[in-house]
Design a protein around this ligand. Structure first.
Ligand SMILES: [Zn+2]
Length: 440
């Protein structure tokens, strides 16, 4: 018998969903991981005879999928979860969220909020997220503490904030964030221009210039509401997409969140420039912003991933919920059950999200070892005819059993291995007590 190669970890499962076009779904599959990279993927008979490891995970009644990627969120806003619900976006922002942030936002708020977000995301199978908020260096420290991948988009906005007096201040923060995390293994610095209605053309041009000089991706809220489209048209005589294109802002380094209200010709510009879209269906539904024409975007070839947006407008960071809502809503809107099938939606939550963040998103040899093991034995998960359909339509965040990021197991048996969950949850209650007592 040939000698087996030593690896760090072997993971086995009844269903191995590689999301790799050649490898597909492997029944009774296994993955071998050495350092932080996948070195073997295939049937268990093959992998277990080629590799041996001191640690094994998974087993019967399990499925392995690539880690989920949340391409648009504001992680620290978990502390404002449910603070103001059932009101329109503009009033929600201007009368509730911005005043609460003005009063409470500081390093401690961001640290505790991002910790809660990382806890919630990891326990629900998310391995990487694109974040846009304030005190990004604190968010980066937390992501490192958890071992979770993050694209930290340093916030750019014209109006004064708790940490900045104008957009130039914001740009300086973005430079500092770049210097701090440029060589980080787990965190990637980026820029988050808030929106076309909160950033002047001058600010947006400076943002694009800095981003491209440093090779940082840019995220922006784009065409989220009808109000935004009308406002930008009245200011500049163009749709938000055309306005951004006219100032040279759009390119393949842009992750545009929302894109609900696209005007004729906008989609062609997004394709031409290679812009990626982060679809945030639950946030758009909850704030009644509208429903983005995602099936049309996909048909046109626009890369679309999924984002939860902040917990204050969702109200959770659960990508399983996001997948299911996206898959169901568009079918209803299009009156066509074929417009976004389960595999397409799972692809949006894995491969497309990973690519937007500069990662692989598949389980294939050479890819980064970011994966999730699901328990498929629950009453709501059996029997299994089509595992991809199950993941989108039946699975719940609570089915997440094991989460590995960069070859390191962070969640086992549905519990955090290196984190004090109770302490983080206790802090969240403390913040709510403080915030409530002040505003009540
Ligand atoms: Zn957002």
């Amino acid at each position: 018998m040939p000698t087996r190669q030593e690896v760090d970890v072997l993971i086995t499962a009844d269903h191995l969903v590689t999301m790799d076009e050649t490898l597909g779904v492997i029944a009774d599959g296994a993955v071998a991981v050495r350092d932080n990279v996948i070195v073997g993927v295939g049937p268990q008979s093959e992998i277990l005879s080629s590799f041996k490891a001191p640690d094994t995970y998974g087993g019967k009644g399990r499925a392995i999928i690539p880690g989920l990627v949340n391409t648009h969120t504001h992680a620290a806003m978990t502390l404002l979860r449910g603070i103001a619900d059932d009101i329109p976006l503009k009033a929600w922002l201007e009368e509730h969220i911005w005043p609460a942030e003005k009063r409470w936002l500081d390093e401690e708020f961001v640290r505790d909020g991002v910790r809660l977000a990382c806890l919630e995301m990891l326990l629900s199978g998310t391995v990487a997220f694109a974040d846009m908020y304030f005190f990004d260096e604190v968010a980066g420290e937390v992501a490192n503490e958890f071992g979770m991948r993050a694209l930290l988009c340093s916030g750019i906005i014209d109006q004064p904030t708790k940490t900045t007096k104008d957009a130039d201040d914001c740009l300086q923060n973005a430079e500092m964030l770049y210097e701090r995390f440029r060589d980080d293994a787990i965190v990637r610095p980026a820029i988050g221009a808030h929106a076309t209605y909160t950033c002047s053309p001058e600010t947006l041009k400076k943002t694009a210039l800095l981003a491209r000089k440093r090779g940082m991706p840019i995220t922006i809220h784009l065409a989220e509401t009808r109000w935004e489209v009308q406002e930008i048209k009245s200011r500049y005589g163009k749709s938000p997409v055309k306005h951004l294109d006219s100032i040279g802002f759009l390119a393949d380094d842009i992750i545009a969140a929302h894109c609900v209200w696209l005007e004729p010709g906008d989609m062609e510009i997004l394709i031409e420039r290679g812009v990626r879209v982060a679809h945030c269906i639950e946030s758009n539904l909850k704030l009644s912003s509208g429903i983005a024409p995602v099936p049309r975007m996909l048909k046109a070839g626009i890369p679309v991933s999924l984002g939860t947006d902040g917990a204050a407008s969702n109200n959770d960071l659960d990508m399983f919920g996001e997948m299911r809502t996206a898959a169901l809503v568009h079918k209803g809107v299009c009156e066509d059950p074929t417009c976004m099938d389960a595999y397409t939606v799972l692809r949006m939550a894995t491969v497309e999200g990973a690519r937007a963040l500069g990662l692989d998103g598949t389980l294939s040899p050479g890819a980064r070892a970011d994966m999730v093991v699901l328990d498929t034995g629950g009453a709501h998960m059996v029997p299994v005819y089509d595992i991809c359909s199950h993941i989108v339509y039946s699975a719940k965040a609570s089915d997440v059993d094991t989460v590995m990021v960069a070859g390191r197991v962070l969640v086992e048996d549905g519990r955090m291995l290196h984190t004090d969950e109770a302490e983080i949850i206790g802090k969240a209650h403390e913040w709510a007590r403080r915030i409530r007592s002040n505003s009540g």
